[in-house]
Write a protein that binds this ligand. Sequence first.
Ligand code: BTN
Length: 265
Amino acid sequence: MTPDPIPQDIAEALARAGIRLGPFQSRLSWYDSVPSTNDVAAVMAEHGADEGSVVAANAQTSGRGRLGRRWASPPGAGVYASVILRPAVDVVPLITIAAGVAVADGVHAASGVSPRVKWPNDVYIGSRKLAGVLAEAGSAGHGVQHVILGFGVNLLTAAYPPDVAARATSIESELGRPSDRGLVLAECLASLADRYAALQRGDHQAVVDAWRARAADSLGRRDEWEADGATRRGVAEDIDARGALLVRVDGDVVRVISGEVRWVP
Ligand code: BTN
């Protein structure tokens, strides 16, 4: 697929971010519309694209969320982007934790809106979802070869369909005015570059601590989740060094390693 020209607002924001973009600097391919930026990035990764390659689009026709869900991606209403990473093996379990924090920090830096994270990597304002991360590992039979990290941020209220309006929000609805999409994209990439560099140099603790700080008001509250066909409930206490959620259930601490948790009122 031949990329389209990068729109001026995006190009200018990326140029202003400069070296803060780390491996993502000067590696962005822009498309007016793609089925899913994660799919385009996966094909590029399988053909040997460099770590740090970024695929971003104005719209997606088959945007995907976690757990097989759809991610509505109408033109210009959200940031839709995916990056190619080739992480060290011990970094892989913490990638999604790092990405959730990076997107929350990037939105904060670009707009002043200060989101929190919900395990493992959802980005919320209050009880409404603002952004999400979809990490997909690619392998060639010898363990993880690359990770495609896709993130979507609701810029405008038009980003999500009416049936999720009670559970979703956008930077526009939080601020009462539209935000600068180039700046949101650039700041998310700059934060991701920073957190990924910390992971790659072995500073996992910094990423875990940053996640805890953004999750402060969801730790200590009641969660429920599905395991082995049953609904389980407990109090989320922390995450561990591998990014698993630690939930106190009666006297025990249970490690939740995949899926999602629901906040219980
Ligand atoms: C979620 O919270 O369920 C994850 C949403 C991830 C959406 C982004 S938008 C860019 C990238 N391409 C996709 O198809 N999905 C991710």
